[in-house]
Design a protein around this ligand. Structure first.
Ligand SMILES: [Zn+2]
Length: 117
């Protein structure tokens, strides 16, 4: 992969990282707002805990993506970025543009998806 491509993906990953961090922070701010609001009856309790479960699910998903971005950034640093973890072939630029923290090429991704089911 060219130096200019690596630079481009590094920017993309850093931008995505900023975005996720912001999303997580926003979720926390919203949650702490809920903590302060008055809870008058059982029904409110129920809806708040559902909201919180959703928030937690969202933030854990985003935390996972954050980890994957960190891994991709360290791969850029050590020169192994854009190589599939499974078959060690290069992942296509088109795919990386859609998902810059992709670990697998499209062929391996499909194999993994199939074995999951
Ligand atoms: Zn592969």
């Amino acid at each position: 992969m060219h130096e200019s491509d690596l630079k481009y993906f590094k920017e993309l990953l850093l931008e995505r990282k900023r975005q996720i961090r912001k999303n997580i922070e926003d979720a926390y701010v919203e949650m702490s707002g809920l903590n302060e609001s008055e809870v008058s009856d059982e029904l409110d309790h129920a809806s708040i805990s559902t909201d919180r479960m959703i928030e937690q699910a969202v933030s854990s998903q985003q935390n996972q993506e954050l980890n994957e971005i960190e891994v991709a950034l360290s791969k850029i640093a050590n020169g192994t970025y854009g190589v599939c973890d499974m078959c060690e072939e290069e992942i296509s630029i088109q795919r990386l543009k859609v998902k810059p923290h992709a670990k697998y090429c499209i062929v391996c991704r499909e194999i993994i998806e199939k074995t999951k089911k």
